[in-house]
Every structure is written in C-alpha cells, then in structure tokens.
Ligand binder design. Structure first.
Ligand SMILES: [Zn+2]
Length: 93
C-alpha cells in the first residue's frame, strides 16, 4: 500500500474526493522534487512561506534549489548572486 492509499483508506465519501483532488494536484511537484528539478515560480513562493517549517537541505540553493558545490570552508546558501539577491528582495529583514 502506498502512502497515498493509506491516507485515502482513512476517509470516505466527499472528504475522500477532496483528498484525491488535493493529492493529485501535488503529484507533479512531488515528481519534480524526486527528480531533483528546480522549483517552479509558484513552488518557490510557497517554499519561502514554508522556510520556518521545513529545513532547507544544505546542498541545494535556498532560492532555486539547484544543487550546490560546497566550498571547502563555510556554507553557501545560494548558487549565485542572482539567487541571493532574489531571496533578499522577497523576504522581510
Ligand atoms: Zn540558485
């Protein structure tokens, strides 16, 4: 049984239809994340809203999620100045 089937087994009727619809709408996002592809613009906006909840992986750019080459010392959060500035411009500080 997949995780989705397990969730759907706990709900019936109209609520189940709502869950099917909600889960289906996220399928593309999960598939792209699994393949390691960069976030789409709407996903990027959502990822900003979720940064307090979800720890960003240290090996991906905090803005576009492309894999980062880590320097020997310190940690880079962004793959480029462009991403660092984009994040700076769209967050409160
Ligand atoms: Zn980036």
């Amino acid at each position: 049984m997949t995780a989705w089937q397990a969730v759907l087994a706990t709900v019936r009727g109209r609520e189940r239809d709502e869950w099917v619809s909600a889960l289906r709408s996220t399928a593309g996002t999960w598939a792209r994340a699994y393949a390691g592809e960069p976030l789409t613009k709407p996903e990027r906006a959502l990822s900003l809203a979720g940064t307090d909840l979800e720890q960003l992986t240290e090996t991906r750019c905090a803005w576009c999620r492309r894999p980062l080459e880590q320097p020997v010392r310190g940690r880079r959060r962004y793959c480029s100045d462009r991403c660092r500035k984009a994040n700076y411009l769209l967050t409160d500080h």
